[in-house]
Design a protein around this ligand. Structure first.
Ligand code: ZN
Length: 317
């Protein structure tokens, strides 16, 4: 597709729900715009706006086009909205509408950290990350996108064999506040089904919304799915490719006991993330941290769980 577009000297306009194509297209040197396509009702349950509908809307309504750049990626032209969705999600963490269901970090009392990787599986970066994790014999958590999961089952097999955890990161990486509840559920259901082959038949219960963005509550749809929403408290913004050393330093400066570290193995060229990983792991181990899967980081003693169920919502630190 990229070759075809290059041959035509094309400029590319893509819809505003698809977070998976920007990096690959901009990396290939194409000029990419995000159409401000405010018609979520036209979106299919899975995937992106149909090309024809997008072209028609763009021609008819002349919506503002945001030029996508390497450093802004999927955020191009939508920073404020994306920040709003993230604030909503963080408010859910703080309010704990369903105790034990929303987390940005684990307990602060133990020197444990969870490394998490989003947007894959995606060769060769996921495989290189798996090699490094194996070298240091440490586990991690992979928040997989359904589209990529069905494309690379062999990588999922390796993630499973090595004992890493899986999380659901939706089917096509949309900004969830754009979607109806039924659409969100279908995004989660189909991805859970794609991953269930690799998780002993059960869909993963860990869930991370794309961009860390949730629509306003209530979140009955999450509780009925028994999903645990996992955000993060350490974000090196590795997707913007700030440099290997900047990524490593950013993680190591922010990390605290109980931290959940957000990084990316998919969605574009992740070699900087891969190259930063050995330093990150070695330094954390040197500092006496244990690296654990996100589900293990969030496990709480049974007594605490009972307490959380029996009392009014509490605010974590
Ligand atoms: Zn993502």
């Amino acid at each position: 597709m990229v070759d075809f577009l290059h041959g035509n000297g094309s400029r590319v306009i893509i819809d505003d729900t698809n977070g998976l194509l920007y990096d690959r297209l901009t990396e290939a040197g194409l000029t990419v715009y995000r159409a401000d396509h405010r018609a979520p009702s036209q979106l299919p349950l899975l995937g992106s706006a149909p090309a024809e509908a997008l072209a028609r809307t763009t021609l008819r309504d002349r919506p503002p086009l945001s030029r996508s750049a390497m450093g802004s990626g999927t955020h191009s032209g939508r920073d404020e909205e994306l920040a709003g969705g993230y604030e909503t999600a963080m408010a859910a963490v703080a309010d704990q509408p369903a105790p034990g269901r929303f987390f940005a970090h684990g307990p602060r009392g133990e020197k444990k950290v969870a490394l998490t990787f989003d947007d894959g599986p995606f060769p060769p970066h996921t495989e290189r990350i798996l090699d490094i994790l194996e070298h240091y014999a440490v586990p991690a958590t992979f928040f997989c996108v359904g589209l990529n999961s069905v494309a690379h089952p062999e990588i999922l097999g390796r993630i499973q064999e090595r004992g890493h955890a899986f999380g659901n990161h939706t089917w096509s990486h949309p900004y969830l506040p754009d979607l109806s509840e039924a659409q969100i559920l279908e995004q989660l259901r189909s991805t859970g089904e794609a991953l269930s082959t690799f998780t002993n038949g059960d869909a993963p219960t860990l869930f991370r919304p794309p961009y860390g963005a949730l629509p306003p509550g209530p979140y009955d749809w999450l509780t009925t799915m028994e999903a645990t929403t996992v955000l993060w408290d350490v974000d090196p913004k590795d997707w913007s490719r700030p440099g290997v050393e900047v990524i490593a330093r950013s993680v190591l400066d922010q990390v605290r006991p109980g931290s959940i570290v957000l990084m990316h193995d998919g969605g574009g060229d992740r070699s900087q993330t891969v190259d930063a990983l050995p330093t990150i792991i070695e330094t954390l181990l040197d500092r006496g941290y244990r690296l654990v899967r996100a589900d293990h980081l969030l496990e709480r003693p049974v007594s605490e769980q009972a307490e959380a169920r029996g009392t009014s919502p509490s605010t974590p630190d």
